[in-house]
Design a binder for this molecule. Sequence first.
Ligand code: DHB
Ligand code: MG
Length: 219
Amino acid sequence: PTSERWRALDAYFAETLVGHDPALEAAVAAQREADLPAIEVAPVNGKFLHLLTRISGAKRVLEIGTLGAYSTIWMARALPAGGQVVTIEAEPHIATIARANLKRAGVGELVEILLGRAADVLPTLEGSEPFDLVFIDADKESNTIYLDWAARLGHPGTVVVVDNVGRGGEVANPATERSDVIGTQRGLEMLARDPRFDATALQTLDAKGWDGIAIAVVV
Ligand code: DHB
Ligand code: MG
């Protein structure tokens, strides 16, 4: 379909099923105000993460890549009593914006932001209570490292979601020279071959364009 048609369809889905939420919209506005890249998940995708958290009954959620905490708010709002989201952000000034957005959304107490490169922070989580859902949405070059930690910090049944596995079709290009796409390909190959996972991927066509998400369960 033409871009106008699928954009209209996404807007229709979002208007019909997601609606408007002042705190989520304020989080996006604050992110734009701070000149952060507009790479938070689309509203329909945020709602998808929210529903996935609820459907899985996840009580402990790990997010790799906080940005303005838009997806974090969506998942935090899906937690049962006593639940927690741990989210990792590399950039201190971005974490400051995320913290304000979480507080405004009323979920500040449910979310712990860990500051640092995820590859350095993840080993510090070893020995903590296992995570029930892991959302990987950081530098794509490190996706295999993040998947390894998702398996190590999860348990059989843990849900793993990887964002941005389509990239306008470029992820199907075996000759790609983009390091982020190569990282994404390695991650998908790991999901296929590593016996700790069972996985699939879906294309997405939404407010953020043509992309995809992978979903896996820890075996
Ligand atoms: C980029 C990163 C993302 O996580 C995303 O959802 C979209 C784009 C990027 O780095 O370009
Ligand atoms: Mg993303």
